[in-house]
Design a protein around this ligand. Structure first.
Ligand code: SAH
Length: 664
């Protein structure tokens, strides 16, 4: 028996090395601690397998590799003092005690704490001190600690633990939105006010239950012993629960009530709280289908560049396709439109459109954004090559003014501002004016093709200005962009004729009324705000929100897409109120300010906005802002737990199909 364990231990250490554990002091500690003494007698033969094993109270002794990884991540020196939360069997505490001077460990289960304490004494780990209690509050009497390790997964890093670190001290803790998956974080205390976060990988731990950990999970784990520790929902959450219209599933939810509330609105704006959540796309698709089928909505306009969306438009209306020089939706962030959720909708729309005798009657798909300076230039030139080759040559010459900055249009703005370059404003304005003068000639040949060319020429003019304005400040360029999107929407409505109706898909930050948020105070406008001014009650604004889950987003502009974990919502946010309602998904009308729930929601609170970039490490500063939800939206749609879109872009490793959406 003794020999066998010895043999297993060598293989055990080799296995840890293979997995990337390099720290010799950690490997030595792992080789020294007799893991077989910490597992139940019936599990002895698995003591040196690399797997977590069950212990009493439904808990687990951690997987050896994870214990080694976490111990290494603490970067301990011999004289260090360490706090462990989640003693469990006491195994990890023993490993820590091999390296550090003193180990303090806390376990919430009395029986486990007692057993571990006895065991560690028997093994002569006199430098380990076991306490039974709530480890999320730390053990202040012995603080500060050079390292704190938490062996259970919590919703966020407990403030008490961070406060009990020395300056330079490390907290290693699994953080995640659910009890199913977490990210292992190392949080280093830089000074009294600042910490630094590092992600060490995906892990899976039992839940951290306590004052600064999970609460409600208690109920799931021990149904018989619940009640005391379950947070009672705040009254406003109760009101939300009572007023909300439950969404049992996106496919089957009855939308007749929503259709009544929308009534005769000419524009319905559908938001999203992130740029990469599947449920938001699916629900917007469901509502849009209903608006098209039952209310005769004529087109969908989205937060994408005009030329990219034009490819989709050709596809859904089965019209003649011009060969494109650039692949569709190839510009960052590709996943926003090149995803399975959009593809499903687009396929549906193409099918739906088959009933119409002419493509002009079919429902269209357009882009409102203005980041496509150069592909728009190409589109205008291609169009002119066909209808007026002489003018095409002039266009080439005029637009040629912008050619040197193709790789980085933002630098054009900088150069134009310094006065070293005269800029290209005159050229792009003249080109637009020339096209407008030809309206009667050209539009008679093919109105839609002319609309496309004219929209691109307008976009070029605005993009030229946009890149110059960017240097004046973020509010100016934000306003300019949203004004462009609104103008494009209005032009489209004009094109489709009096009484035509549009669905708009954009981020909440564009479609929720800016006047009801911090943006308004900064003098910022947006599409929702402009629609309300222009259409009054004929604009219906729907915001979307979520508590936690996963999202497709990047860490920086231009960086690769990642599937990131959305942290549970802030305790002071609208999202938390919705979460506390206990409903998974719902619609909440916000128009009637005499209604109590609406009245109470009016007081501004935090709201979360995740864009193409998500930085959970600095979430409050980067992603929360103040808003009054009922003033911002006419209605709010909630999905408590959400998941990332299924990207079709290169990030998904498939490579952008050139034929999207045509080949699928
Ligand atoms: N380090 C342990 C693994 C324990 S599993 C080992 O090597 O065996 C995590 C433990 O954390 C469980 O025993 C669980 O009861 C405990 N736990 C969860 N929340 C806690 C809290 N707030 N305070 C103390 N212990 C907690």
């Amino acid at each position: 028996m003794e020999k066998l364990v010895q043999y297993n231990k060598e293989a055990f250490i080799r296995m840890l090395r293979r997995q990337g554990i390099r720290d010799e002091s950690v490997l030595k500690a792992m080789a020294t601690v007799p893991r077989e003494k910490f597992v139940g007698i019936n599990l002895l033969e698995f003591a040196y397998d690399d797997s977590p094993l069950p212990i009493e109270e439904g808990q687990t002794i951690s997987q050896p590799y994870i214990v080694a990884l976490m111990t290494g991540a603490l970067m301990l020196k011999p004289g260090d003092r360490v706090l462990e939360v989640g003693t469990g069997s006491g195994y990890a505490a023993a490993v820590l005690a091999e390296i550090a001077a003193e180990v303090y460990t806390i376990e919430r289960h009395q029986s486990l704490a007692h057993q571990a304490s006895v065991r560690l004494k028997e093994l002569k780990y006199n430098n380990v001190h076991v306490l039974c209690g709530d480890g999320t509050l730390g053990w202040p009497e012995n603080a500060p600690y050079d390292g704190i390790v938490v062996a259970a997964g919590g919703p966020e890093a407990p403030r008490s633990l961070i406060e009990q670190l020395t300056v330079g001290g490390r907290l290693v803790i699994p953080i995640g939105p659910s009890t199913r998956e977490q990210t292992l974080l190392r949080i280093t205390r830089i000074n009294n006010n600042e910490v630094e976060f590092e992600e060490l990988g995906a892990v899976r731990f039992v839940p951290l239950i306590g004052e600064e950990g999970w609460r409600e999970i208690e109920e799931e784990i021990k149904p018989k012993l619940k009640t005391v520790s379950i947070a009672k929902p705040a009254p406003l959450s109760d009101l939300i629960e009572k007023s909300a219209i439950h969404i049992p599933s996106i496919d089957t939810v009855d939308l007749s009530g929503l259709m009544k509330r929308i009534g005769d609105a000419r524009v319905v704006l559908l938001g999203e709280a992130t740029h990469g959540t599947a449920e938001f796309y699916d629900m917007r698709a469901r509502i849009t289908k209903e608006l098209i089928q039952h209310k005769g909505f004529r087109f969908v306009a989205v937060e994408a560049d005009w030329p990219d969306a034009a490819q989709i438009d050709h596809f859904v209306r089965e019209t003649r396709m011009e060969p494109t020089e650039e692949p569709t939706f190839a510009r960052f962030p590709t996943w926003m439109w090149a995803n399975m959720q959009v593809l499903e909708f687009v396929k549906w729309l193409r099918n739906y459109n088959k009933q119409f005798s002419s493509p002009d009657k079919a429902v269209g798909f357009f882009g409102l954004d203005l980041y496509s300076l150069y592909s728009s230039i190409n589109s205008v030139i291609n169009y002119l090559e066909e209808v007026d080759p002489e003018l095409a040559a002039i266009a080439r010459k005029r637009y040629g003014c912008l050619t040197p900055w193709e790789a980085d249009p933002a630098t054009y703005g900088a150069v134009a501002l310094t006065g070293k370059h005269k800029g290209c404003e005159q050229e792009v304005v003249e080109m637009l004016n020339t096209l407008m003068r030809k309206r009667l000639d050209y539009a008679a040949q093919d109105g839609r093709r002319f609309l496309d060319a004219l929209s691109n020429a307008r976009l070029v003019k605005n993009a030229e200005q946009y890149y110059r304005i960017m240097y004046e400040g973020s509010s100016e360029s934000w306003n300019f962009r949203d004004q462009h999107m609104f103008d494009t929407l209005k032009n489209l409505l004009d094109f489709h004729g009096p009484g035509s109706r549009a669905v708009v898909w954009e981020h909440n930050s564009h479609i929720g009324d800016a006047a009801a948020t911090e943006m308004g105070a900064r003098g910022e406008i947006n599409v929702g705000n402009l629609c309300r001014k222009h259409f009054g009650d004929d604009a219906y604004l729907i915001g979307f929100g979520t508590h936690h889950g996963t999202v497709a987003a990047a860490s920086d502009w231009g960086a690769p897409m990642e599937i990131k974990i959305v942290r549970p919502s802030h305790p002071e946010s609208y999202e938390r109120l919705c979460h506390d309602s206990g409903l998974n998904a719902f619609m909440l009308p916000l128009v009637d300010q005499k209604q109590r729930v609406v009245k109470e929601l009016l007081r501004p609170r935090l709201e979360r906005a995740i864009g193409v970039i998500y930085r959970p490490e600095t979430e409050v500063a980067s992603h929360y802002f103040n808003a009054s939800l009922p003033l911002q939206f006419n209605e709010y749609i909630w999905f408590d737990e959400t998941r990332a879109v299924d990207a079709l872009g290169p990030e998904a490793g498939i490579g952008m199909p050139e034929t999207f959406p045509f080949g699928l």
